[in-house]
Design a protein around this ligand. Structure first.
Ligand SMILES: *Cc1c(COP(=O)(O)O)cnc(C)c1O
Length: 389
């Protein structure tokens, strides 16, 4: 396609991605060791090593099961919490569909909760309303799935205290929030069960993978048992539970062990990308950021902005900025479309206040990779300045 000459404003070439894998350099050594020792299996030293690295990093005495994906971790989490067909499970509406799909795998029904403005995550007032109304209707929700969107922690103190008050377990979807914390406590250690994702676009990756985390060691052991086809202790294949093939491979875990060595650096890099955009837009009243509440630390997995065309000097909309970037081969993306607006979840119960809908209408995720070069950032700046002025 070299003949197709498009005049770009950019100086750099090639696509600028929203968030792409960023290897640290030691990953291949762990993978090579797996080959050298023939541990090409969904178990092995890298899997154990990654679980140990994660448990140490997260702190708080958690145990970790490395799994094939974050979605698998949420599915197993719901199984471990005893969700049954026909149950109601509360879920943050403003999220990626993978937070909610496993509720349907269980034959249970999602009840979607809108966001609050301070964190863009689950609104504690609407949460309590959904719980009390559910109880009044004779259908007490069986679990609460709360998400730390784009790395910003949800109001875990309030949410966990409401959950405790009514005796409902919390499943913490920390897929986007490895490295985030509240008052020093890491996201992934608040819920009865938490999940992480190591998909290709997350802050660290195993190419594909996830983890289930809990302070309850027996629960994590049970997750490992269910994730390896639920084989009972017998010389033949004996099964008294339905099993799943959800374990992480020792090859993928090798990549993860290498990535754990650079996790803190990746958090710093993502946060400096956020600072870059913040400085770029700071004098523009049409652009709003999501600041951190006192004690909250976001890994800034993705930098997100809200663009208010009513305030901007030239009336530019989110879509106009997104398309201007796309013309220059730069990927950006609207914020997640809330689950209560998704065709597939039409008819599900929801408690809404318009917050997530507003975020979806005006929000944009900007290229946020930890491997963006100075030159690429400079190109992004040039284009944004051109479009916004
Ligand atoms: C990525 C993601 C998941 C799913 O993780 P996979 O590893 O891709 O299955 C779940 N929830 C949220 C919020 C995510 O961003």
């Amino acid at each position: 396609m070299e003949t197709l000459e498009i005049k770009l404003t950019r100086k750099t070439t090639g696509k600028i991605w929203l968030s792409s894998p960023h290897m640290g350099g030691k990953e291949e050594a762990f993978v090579s060791e797996a080959f050298a020792t023939n541990w090409i299996a969904p178990l092995g030293p890298n899997v154990n090593g990654l679980e140990e690295n994660l448990a140490n990093y997260l702190g708080g005495g958690v145990s970790v099961a490395a799994l094939s994906s974050g979605t698998a971790a949420i599915h197993l989490g719901l199984i471990l919490l005893g969700i049954e067909a026909g149950d109601e499970v509360i879920c943050q509406s403003m999220t990626f569909s993978a937070s909610a799909n496993p509720i349907v795998y269980m034959g249970a029904n999602p009840v979607f909760i809108d966001s609050e403005e301070a964190t863009w995550n689950m609104n504690p007032l609407l949460l309590e309303k959904a719980i009390t109304e559910g109880i009044a209707a004779g259908k007490k929700p069986k679990a609460i799935i709360v998400v730390h969107l784009y790395g910003m922690p949800a109001q875990m103190e309030q949410i966990c205290s409401i959950a405790n008050k009514y005796g409902i377990p919390v499943l913490e979807d920390a897929a986007e929030a490895l490295g985030s914390s509240i008052n020093g406590q890491k996201c992934g250690t608040f819920g009865d069960i938490a999940v992480l994702s190591f998909n290709g676009n997350k802050i660290i990756t195993t190419s594909g993978g996830g983890a289930l985390i809990s302070k309850n060691k027996a629960l994590v052991e049970k997750a490992k048992f269910l994730a390896t086809q639920a084989r009972d202790n017998a010389p033949h294949y004996e099964h008294s539970h339905i099993g799943y093939n959800y374990r992480m491979s020792n090859i993928c875990a090798g990549i993860g062990r290498g990535q754990m060595l650079v996790l803190e650096e990746r958090v710093k890099q993502r946060r400096s990308v956020y600072q870059f955009y913040y400085d770029l837009f700071s004098s523009n009243p049409a652009i709003a950021f999501l600041p951190e509440l006192t004690g909250f630390k976001s890994n800034r997995w993705l930098t997100t902005v809200i663009i208010d065309p009513a305030v901007s000097s030239n009336g530019i909309t989110r879509e106009e900025l997104r398309m201007a970037l796309e013309r220059e081969n730069i990927e950006s993306r609207p914020l997640w479309k809330p689950m209560h607006l998704q065709p597939v979840f039409k008819g599900c119960k929801n408690y809404t206040n318009g917050t997530s809908e507003h975020l979806f209408d005006h929000g944009l995720c900007l290229p946020s990779g930890s491997n963006l070069t100075k030159e690429q950032l400079s190109d992004i700046r040039t284009i944004i300045e051109k479009v916004m002025s």
